[in-house]
Design a protein around this ligand. Structure first.
Ligand code: ATP
Length: 375
C-alpha cells in the first residue's frame, strides 16, 4: 500500500481527523459492472485527497464505498484504527456533500446547519453556538434567518457544506459540490473549501472531473481510469511527471504525437530514450511550445516542429493555436493574444519539457530530466 503525507503547509490535523485506508477495494454492481478494481490508498489524517478522472471511472462509487452507502465486493475500508467495512454509514463518522445538496425548505439557514447536531442530541445552547460559528465561517452570517429558496446557488451550497462540517466528521466526502455553480462562484467557494479544510484539518475526499479544481485543492491527487488508480501523488508531481499518456492528456491537455507515423526530427537524447524502432508517444504541453520565426532559432538541444495552422481560439490574454504537424497530427500552442500567427509555423520546445511514453502509454524518462527547468 502506498502512503503519501499531506503537503508541508497544511494545518495540524484536528483531533477528530482520521487516517483512511482503502485496501484493495473491488466493487462489482449487480448487473456485473466492475466499477472499482483493486483500488488501494492509504491516506494520512488531515489530507485533502482529490479523485480526478473522466465520467464513469468510478470516483463516486469509491466515495460511496468509503461512506458505507455501497457494499464492497472485496477489500476493506479502515477509518482510524477501525475496520469499518461492515459498519453502517451512520456509524463511520463520515459526512458527505453532493452536487445537489438537499436542504430542508421550511427551515432557516441556521436551523439547516444546526440540524445534524439536533439529531445527535447536542445541548441546545451548544448546537446554536456551533451552527452560528459555522455560518460565520462560511460568510452566511447575514442570511442565517433566510430560507433556502431565498438564497443564491452558492449560498445554498455553502449551507450544505456547513451542515456537513458542523458535526466535525472524522472524514468529509465531497462529490462535485461546485459543479452547478458559475465560474466566478466556483472559484470563490473553492478557495473557501480549501481554507475551511486547512482550518478544520478534516481528512477530505473530493471528487471532480475539473482538472483546475483538482490542482487547486489537492494535497494528494488520485487520477482514476476504468475503476483503477492510474496515478497517485502530490499534484505538482502528477502534473510535471505524468506516469502515463492518459494522465498527461487528461491533466493539462498535453499534445501527444504518435512517433510511429510522425515525420519529426528528434534530438539525440530523445532518440536514445526510445526503443530502437522509434515507436512510442511524444508529449509536450501547449504552454511549453514557443512560436519562432524559423528552425534557425532553435538550438540542437531543442525539439522543432513545423505546422500548418488550422484554427485559433482566444483565451483572454492568450490565444490557443491549433495546427497540424508531424505527418498530419493535431497539436496546440499557446501564444500571446496580440501575436501575429502566420499560416505555416515553426514551434520549439526545451528537452526538459518533452515527455516520452512507450506504445503501451507508460512514461519513459530514463534519460530525460524529470521536471521542466522553465517552470
Ligand atoms: P461521473 O463523473 O459521471 O459521476 P464517476 O467516475 O463518478 O462518473 P461512477 O458513478 O462511480 O463514475 O460509476 C462507475 C461505473 O459504474 C460507471 O460505468 C457506471 O455506469 C457504473 N455504475 C454506477 N452505479 C451503478 C449501479 N448502481 N449499477 C450498475 N452500474 C453502476
Amino acid at each position: 500500500m502506498t502512503t503519501t503525507t499531506a503537503r508541508g503547509e497544511q494545518a495540524e490535523p484536528a483531533s477528530s481527523s482520521r487516517s483512511v485506508g482503502v485496501e484493495m477495494i473491488t466493487k462489482v454492481y449487480s448487473d456485473g459492472k466492475r466499477a472499482l478494481d483493486g483500488v488501494d490508498l492509504a491516506v494520512e489524517p488531515g489530507t485533502f485527497v482529490v479523485l480526478l478522472g473522466p465520467s464513469g471511472c468510478g470516483k463516486t462509487t469509491l466515495l460511496r464505498c468509503i461512506a458505507g452507502l455501497e457494499r464492497i465486493s472485496a477489500g476493506r475500508v479502515v477509518i482510524g484504527d477501525e475496520d469499518v467495512t461492515h459498519r453502517e454509514s451512520g456509524e463511520r463518522g463520515v459526512a458527505m456533500v453532493f452536487q445537489n445538496y438537499a436542504l430542508y425548505p421550511t427551515k432557516t439557514v441556521l436551523e439547516n446547519i444546526e440540524y445534524p447536531l439536533r439529531m445527535a442530541k447536542a445541548p441546545r445552547q451548544d448546537r446554536r453556538r456551533r451552527a452560528r460559528d459555522m455560518a460565520d465561517l462560511l460568510h452566511l452570517g447575514p442570511v442565517t434567518g433566510s430560507r433556502p429558496d431565498q438564497l443564491s446557488g452558492g449560498q445554498r451550497q455553502r449551507v450544505g457544506i456547513g451542515r456537513a462540517l458542523v458535526r466535525e466528521p472524522n472524514v468529509l466526502l465531497m462529490d462535485e459540490p461546485l459543479s452547478n455553480l458559475d465560474a466566478e462562484l466556483r472559484g470563490e467557494l473553492r478557495a473557501e473549501i480549501r481554507r475551511l479544510q486547512r482550518r478544520s484539518g478534516t481528512t477530505t475526499f473530493y471528487v471532480t472531473h475539473d482538472q483546475a479544481e483538482a490542482l487547486a485543492l489537492a494535497d494528494r491527487l488520485v487520477v482514476m481510469r476504468d475503476g483503477r488508480i492510474e496515478q497517485d501523488g502530490p499534484p505538482e508531481q502528477v502534473y510535471q511527471q505524468p506516469a502515463t499518456r492518459f494522465v498527461a492528456s487528461f491533466l493539462g491537455g498535453m499534445n501527444m504525437l504518435d512517433l510511429a507515423g510522425a515525420q519529426v526530427a528528434l534530438p539525440a537524447p530523445l532518440l536514445a530514450t526510445l526503443a530502437e524502432d522509434r515507436t512510442g508517444w511524444l508529449g509536450v504541453r501547449p504552454e511549453d511550445l514557443r512560436l519562432v520565426a524559423g528552425p534557425e532559432d532553435a538550438t540542437s538541444a531543442e525539439l522543432v516542429l513545423h505546422g500548418t495552422v488550422e484554427e485559433q481560439e482566444l483565451l483572454g490574454r492568450e490565444r490557443l493555436v491549433h495546427f497540424r504537424t508531424g505527418g498530419d497530427q493535431c497539436a496546440r500552442v499557446r501564444v500571446h493574444a496580440d501575436q501575429t500567427v502566420p499560416a505555416d509555423i515553426t514551434v520549439i520546445a526545451n528537452l526538459a519539457d518533452i515527455h516520452l511514453f512507450d506504445t503501451a502509454g507508460r512514461r519513459l524518462h530514463a534519460t530525460l530530466p524529470l521536471s521542466s527547468g522553465s517552470r
